[in-house]
Design a protein around this ligand. Structure first.
Ligand SMILES: *Cc1c(COP(=O)(O)O)cnc(C)c1O
Length: 351
């Protein structure tokens, strides 16, 4: 096995999906499992579907295309389509989340061109200031979709917490439900997908006395890492060890705790000053910023990170007796996971 390697525990992934699906079901909420941090991995997608996810979502049409063989439940493009990709979108996705009239017109033409009906969820801006149509404009936008051939308006959605950290609460979700009823009244047909948000919605969704019309959440981080994104706390009953990044030691030596000579900038700007005196047992791992975000890497107990450049992770290994060639597993946060998944140097091992 070539290092560095990202180990993916599919049983843990399936477990996390099932726990969340089972907890949300009594609230009438289904799960669209988001595969984007896993680069649309078909193995990851299948484990999520085995765990009970009702469909798959990804922000990249290329990832959805990778999932073409995994045809259980709808595939949703969860980022507004690029105008330049609409034909690819109607081929690779059954549903897309949308906010722009020009994109919807192009999607309509593309859907007609390939002889398909493409489903549309309109995203509503509720204060986090990323994607979304102003609440006042939603009815007009919905009527416009209704008038376009090849498109079917299936629902409304919103996304909070990602850009400004705005918390999805009862007030925000009630507003979404109210807009659903207004659109249904104006368009004369029922909406079937009310997509309340992402993993940050879980606290609200599991505790709410009344979830209103919300019947879907798009969950990535909670399934993949077992954490909720508002406070980055582990979710009770979920596995936080789905992913482990294994790297190999290429040098181990006792070195002075402090550098010597005049100090300027490092390869990546100012580094925190080294603390400590005497000597440290320092290991270098063949792992760098090209492979992982160092701020999102957790080292095993008794070790601490001294620095990371493009290709070298330097760790104070304390009392650990690590020879050259030894492998060590590191836990990852969301940012570290995304980088590891997209590094061409990191291999994957699915088990
Ligand atoms: C990434 C994303 C999600 C999933 O977010 P998590 O916090 O990983 O659950 C949901 N919806 C949209 C629009 C996204 O971009």
């Amino acid at each position: 096995m070539s290092a560095p390697c990202l180990e993916i525990d599919l049983a843990a992934l399936e477990h996390n999906t099932r726990v969340l699906v089972d907890r949300l079901a009594p609230q009438g909420i289904g799960v669209t499992a988001v595969t984007k941090a896993a680069l649309g991995s078909p193995e990851v997608a299948r484990a999520m579907l085995r765990g009970g996810a009702g469909g798959l979502g990804d922000s990249r049409v290329e990832n959805l295309a990778r999932l073409r063989g995994v045809d259980l439940g709808p595939r949703t493009l969860i980022r507004s389509p690029m105008l330049s990709q609409v034909e690819h979108v109607v081929r690779a996705a059954d549903v897309s989340l949308n906010t722009e009239a020009a994109v919807l017109r192009a999607l309509s033409a593309a859907a007609v061109g390939v002889g398909r009906t493409h489903s549309v969820v309109l995203m509503v801006e509720l204060g986090d200031l990323r994607e979304g149509i102003a609440a006042d404009d939603v009815i007009d936008a919905a009527s416009a979709v209704d008038a376009l051939p090849g498109l079917q308006l299936v629902g409304l959605g919103t996304n909070l917490a990602c850009q400004c950290g705005v918390v999805p609460d009862q007030h925000k979700m009630d507003e979404l439900s109210r807009l659903v009823e207004q659109v249904e009244a104006a368009c004369g047909s029922a909406l079937s997908v009310i997509s309340g948000g992402n993993s940050a919605n879980l606290d609200w969704a599991l505790a709410a006395a009344d979830v209103g019309r919300v019947n879907d959440l798009r969950l990535g981080e909670a399934i993949l890492l077992g954490t909720e994104p508002l406070h980055r706390r582990p979710i009770d009953g979920l596995r936080t060890d789905v992913f482990t990044l294994t790297a190999e030691v290429i040098e181990v030596k006792c070195k002075p705790a402090q550098p010597w000579g005049d100090l300027g900038q490092t390869a990546f700007g100012a580094q925190p000053a080294r603390t400590g005196t005497g000597t440290v047992r320092q290991a270098i791992f063949a792992l760098g910023r090209q492979d992982v975000d160092p701020d999102g890497l957790s080292v095993p107990a008794g070790m601490s990170v001294l620095g990371m450049s493009s290709d070298h992770l330097v760790v104070d290994v304390g009392d650990h007796d690590l020879p050259v060639g030894a492998s060590v597993g590191f836990a990852l946060n969301y940012s570290a996971l995304v980088r590891a998944m997209t590094s061409p140097f990191v291999t994957q091992h699915v088990g």
